[in-house]
Design a protein around this ligand. Structure first.
Ligand SMILES: [Zn+2]
Length: 301
């Protein structure tokens, strides 16, 4: 073969190997059990909780593509032996909602009013036609309690942080909370200022969650953990907010802020990858803190 032919073959081989890798990542789901009735499914996207109740299976979030939604449906059926009767979306981002269309039309889908608003603003095309039935169809503003036979779910919007519409789910009998993306465990978080997120308010928002009765914590991304780790994360957010506040008060440029920031509560944090790096790095969170404090961003209507 000539050089260009070798080159073409090599590029195609790399391309197909990458496609194979992506497909394998999308396919792979790993299950951890927390209690008799509560599981977490890890995969490419936000962590999915599965709760077995007398009145059917509840899931929290649905990952990134419909194919994963189908797979979650099967896994949940394997774990509980019951079809999914309630889906909860912690917030509007695609890695937590784009599996929704895999579920049966008529399934209850619960989210906050702000999450529905953001989905309508940013994802109307995705949730068109039949998929529109799997948009959140029950919404609330501050809090709602849902009884499912032998289980109680308390859904709370504790305030702004990752977006302005995040909810957390307290599984009352399991003494466990699903934090959605208000908590990236051991990873730098995405901070969606354009979607109403706030570094400045995030620590207080976590404070409201800490008032709830739980000991186990399911983060939106990262492994299952406990209350002290959430307290540590609150400290990280408080420090980040202080850095932003100081930068604004002293009129520091972004470069000066990045250079002088005394961010120490991020020991062991790593950027999150989903096949490719997502760009949620130390610099990214410092930049977002600076942008919020100095008003250098544009809020989406
Ligand atoms: Zn998110």
């Amino acid at each position: 073969m000539r050089t260009w032919q070798w080159l073409t073959v090599s590029i195609l081989a790399i391309f197909f190997a990458f496609c194979g890798y992506v497909f394998q990542q999308v396919r792979s789901l790993e299950v951890n059990q927390i209690t008799n009735d509560l599981y977490v499914i890890f995969g490419l996207g936000g962590n999915v909780a599965v709760l077995d109740t007398d009145e059917g299976t509840v899931i929290v979030d649905s990952m990134t593509v419909v194919y994963q939604g189908e797979h979650i449906k099967e896994k949940a059926m394997e774990l509980t032996g019951k079809p999914i009767s309630l889906v909860i979306n912690t917030h509007y981002h695609s890695d937590h909602t784009h599996g929704n269309p895999a579920f049966d039309p008529g399934t209850r889908v619960v989210a906050t009013k702000r999450t529905l608003h953001h989905l309508q603003q940013t994802d109307a095309d995705y949730f068109s036609g039949e998929a529109a039935k799997l948009m959140p169809n029950e919404t609330f503003t501050d809090a709602v309690e849902i009884s499912m036979g032998n289980k109680t779910l308390r859904l709370i919007h504790p305030g702004r942080g990752h977006t302005d519409g995040d909810l957390v789910v307290l599984f009352v009998e399991e003494k466990t909370v699903h934090m959605g993306d208000l908590f990236f465990f051991l990873h730098y978080p995405n901070i969606d200022l354009e979607g109403g997120g706030s570094v400045a308010e995030w620590a207080d928002t976590i404070g409201k969650v800490l008032a709830l009765p739980f000991h186990t914590v399911i983060p939106g991304h990262g492994i299952i953990t406990d209350r002290p780790k959430l307290v540590q994360y609150q400290g990280f957010m408080r420090q980040l907010a202080e850095i932003g506040k100081r930068a604004a008060a002293e009129k520091l440029s972004l470069e000066e802020t990045l250079k002088t920031a005394a961010l120490t509560e991020d020991r062991d944090y790593e950027p999150l990858n989903m096949i490719l790096p997502l760009g949620y790095t130390r610099e990214f969170v410092l930049q977002r803190a600076w942008e919020e404090a100095t008003g250098a961003f544009e809020l989406r209507p």
